[in-house]
Design a protein around this ligand. Sequence first.
Ligand SMILES: NC(=O)c1ccc[n+]([C@@H]2O[C@H](COP(=O)([O-])OP(=O)(O)OC[C@H]3O[C@@H](n4cnc5c(N)ncnc54)[C@H](O)[C@@H]3O)[C@@H](O)[C@H]2O)c1
Length: 271
Amino acid sequence: MRAQTVLVTGAGSGLGRLLALGAAQRNVAHVVVWDINEQAASKVVDAIQAYGIDASYDVVDLADDESVDAAGEAVRQRLGGIDFLINNAGIVTGKRFLEQSHDDVERTFQINTLALYRVTRQFLPSMLANNFGSVTVIASAASLTGVARQTDYAASKWAAHGFTESLRAEMRHYGHRIHTLSVHPFYVDTGMFDGASSPNVLLPILQPEAVVHKIFRALESGKRQLILPSSAVVANWLKLLPVPVADQVNDLLGINSTMDHFTGRTAAVES
Ligand SMILES: NC(=O)c1ccc[n+]([C@@H]2O[C@H](COP(=O)([O-])OP(=O)(O)OC[C@H]3O[C@@H](n4cnc5c(N)ncnc54)[C@H](O)[C@@H]3O)[C@@H](O)[C@H]2O)c1
């Protein structure tokens, strides 16, 4: 990734922060940090600059067209374009279906799904002009299966998965050398899914540093899909079974109970 520009959305905390710092440690030319939280974003930029790497931030509400358009224009003015775009930002309510307000559902889709269109639209044109670039989407293992208390979140991540699969197909179909990577982690210990539990030894709660390390390995090797841990691929295999049997196996594996004690973030964001 040497001498490239990288932009990470939701880079003020959690995986996004580590992705931005990880890009800097790989000696890229410039890291752009996008987040709605200015204080968190500016601290990440300070940390990157301490490595001697150029970095900048924009305060962006990914749910807002005008905000994303303005920040996209600002980045194009500063840098011309972006080589590695990492669509990372996401939110979760963890509510049961009837507890979700329509606003909850809409906000989840705005940030987890519709922002992918808004943001990618800003930077794909220059990637196409250079016939070089990479678009990563941090989806979720929830985009491979359904889970209680995730009717909003899982659906938004299934859509994110469909977006990335179709973008990859479109790039291939029209001969564009733009790489795409979809990432499907099980729960990660960032605070976002506090209270969610590991159902069995095959599906442990992941450490964010390990997840980010594997994302960079995937980017560097040109991998197109990353499921973490790899045992979560079982969600794909279950689709080969009749649905009632798959549901029973899913329940036996404990996957459908993992959100029973979800609280969501309770501590302040690390920055
Ligand atoms: N943590 C997990 O267990 C887990 C598991 C699978 C997938 N993921 C996905 O990984 C990604 C990162 O998750 P995380 O755990 O690091 O989350 P996080 O909550 O730690 O960080 C999310 C970041 O996105 C920013 N953000 C939220 N709304 C925004 C908006 N409207 N505009 C701009 N920025 C906004 C927040 O300020 C925050 O800095 C998300 O897409 C999430 O769905 C997380």
